[in-house]
Design a protein around this ligand. Structure first.
Ligand code: SAM
Length: 228
């Protein structure tokens, strides 16, 4: 029997509300003035691997509603910079968060990547983050493939824009080809770790690769030299 769509929607929004009410990270996010419970995933990753330093420049892909952007901005301090990009509008931060710049656009387009470069104004980046997730289609293999495609696109950006020794955190939906993506990371970074932070729901297929200490290839070093 097919269940009528409005009933299914009502049921799943009730399940979502019940889950939110019981979730300790939802409560903690409110108390700590974070926009999303996902902030705690990044806090937990940073606690384990010390990703951020004061004054860092960070690019945060898939920033809405702004939970990771807030964490990164607090870590890098007023002299740092966090550029947050999302397809969706991110509600502006208060004027005291002057170290945050937001771009509304599709990261996968040259137009948006040019906006990021313009905002960076020739500066290389210490940390690149992607928490982007595709719109769920209901077909897990398709969503997995799309998620890896997003990761690959951010890796290409990271390779061109990270400083030597820089770090990269990528969220992916597990599904079979993430090992291949991990091998690509291993050829660009000294260390690559898989993490499933405590704040990431057990039933979710999401996982994170934390890639540390970027080692630029000879080609990039040459092209940087040509830029000068
Ligand atoms: C899980 S949410 C990010 C949550 C965010 N890190 C936070 O802590 O508030 C994933 C985001 O990725 C964004 N996204 C997905 N594909 C994108 C793309 N191609 N370009 C920019 N943003 C994208 C979605 O709009 C969505 O807001």
């Amino acid at each position: 029997m097919t269940i009528a769509l409005p009933f299914r929607r009502l049921y799943s929004s009730k399940v979502w509300l019940a889950r939110q009410a019981k979730d300790p990270y939802v409560k903690l996010a409110k108390e700590s003035n974070f926009r999303a419970r996902s902030s705690f995933k990044l806090i937990q990753i940073d606690k384990k691997y010390s990703i951020f330093q004061k004054n860092d420049i960070v690019v945060d892909c898939g920033a809405a509603p702004g939970g990771w952007t807030q964490v990164a901005a607090r870590k890098v301090g007023r002299q740092g910079l966090v550029v947050g990009i999302d397809l969706l509008p991110v509600e502006p931060f208060s004027t005291k968060d002057q170290n945050i710049q937001l771009i509304e656009g599709n990261f996968m387009t040259t137009k948006t990547q040019k906006k990021i470069k313009d905002m960076l104004n020739g500066q290389y980046v210490n940390v690149v983050l992607t928490d982007m997730a595709p719109n769920f289609s209901g077909n897990h293999l398709r969503d997995h493939a799309r998620s890896i495609e997003l990761c690959e696109s951010v890796l290409t950006f990271a390779k061109a824009n990270l400083l030597p020794g820089g770090h990269f955190i990528a969220k992916f939906l597990a599904g079979g080809t993430e090992g291949e993506f991990k091998r690509k990371l291993q050829s660009e970074f000294q260390k690559v770790m898989y993490v499933k932070p405590d704040a990431s729901r057990k039933q979710s297929s999401e996982g994170y690769y934390v890639a540390m200490d970027f080692k630029p290839s000879a080609t990039k070093t040459e092209s940087n030299e040509n830029d000068e």
